[in-house]
Design a protein around this ligand. Structure first.
Ligand code: CA
Length: 225
């Protein structure tokens, strides 16, 4: 599950980011409205958490642009305590839910789960390729019907490849998604190879009909005709 957080308060953004990572969500952070909008329009997210008070372009404007572009992604707005009008405008402009600051983390997690559940009731939450299936709502992986136990990093890696089925992902972009931008990404690309190797072992993915294919000198791909 990929979540975009648009929040300009750096300490709060970092706190939310680390909590969501522990909950095994893939999370990207944008610190202002126009970056958030760019990210929302160019990448695919399952949920967007959008603060209203942002420098430059505010959250309501970002929300309107996202809806105008035809994106139906669930959006959870963060509003200041006494700004009732913000909530009204947010919901009018197509927000799915809102949370008043300051909020407790368990409350945030509950809202996220509820929005994602609502969404996954409407669309399937299963990603698949060949005889491999990933239930992204439960975080479960099966190969030929047999459950496979993965570490959180291996799981994120597999989910990322499946979300981008039939697209080659560079080792660098994989490193960025799985480990975030707090690392020296160029040295992380070796980690990617190691994790792919472990992932293949656990998935018993070897031989000529590998699900995860290596694109020499570039990265990896899961292909399905
Ligand atoms: Ca703010």
């Amino acid at each position: 599950m990929r979540i975009l957080l648009v929040e300009d308060e750096v300490p709060l953004a970092n706190r939310i980011k680390s909590v969501l990572k522990k909950e095994r969500y893939q999370i990207e952070v944008a610190f202002d409205g126009s970056d958030g909008l760019d990210e929302a329009l160019t990448e695919t997210y399952d949920l967007i958490i959008l603060d209203i008070m942002l420098p430059g372009m505010d959250g309501i404007e970002v929300l309107k642009e996202i809806r105008e572009a035809g994106l139906k992604v669930p959006i959870l707005m963060l509003t200041a305590k006494d700004k009732v009008q913000d909530k009204v405008s947010g919901l009018d402009a197509g927000a799915d839910d809102y949370l008043t600051k300051p909020f407790a983390i368990p409350e945030l997690l509950a809202r996220i789960r509820s929005l994602l559940r609502r969404e996954s009731d409407e669309k399937t939450s299963t990603l698949s390729a060949h005889n491999l299936e990933v239930d992204t709502a439960k975080g479960e992986v099966r190969r030929a019907g047999t459950p496979v136990k993965l570490t959180p990093k291996e799981y994120s890696l597999l989910e990322l490849l499946l979300y981008n089925k039939n697209r080659v992902l560079s080792r660098l972009s994989i490193a960025e998604h799985v480990w975030g931008d707090n690392f020296d990404l160029f040295s992380m690309t070796n980690f990617v190879d190691v994790h792919i190797k472990n992932l293949r072992k656990k998935l018993k993915d070897d031989g000529d009909d590998r699900i995860i294919q290596t694109v020499r000198g570039v990265g990896y791909i899961i292909k399905e005709p």
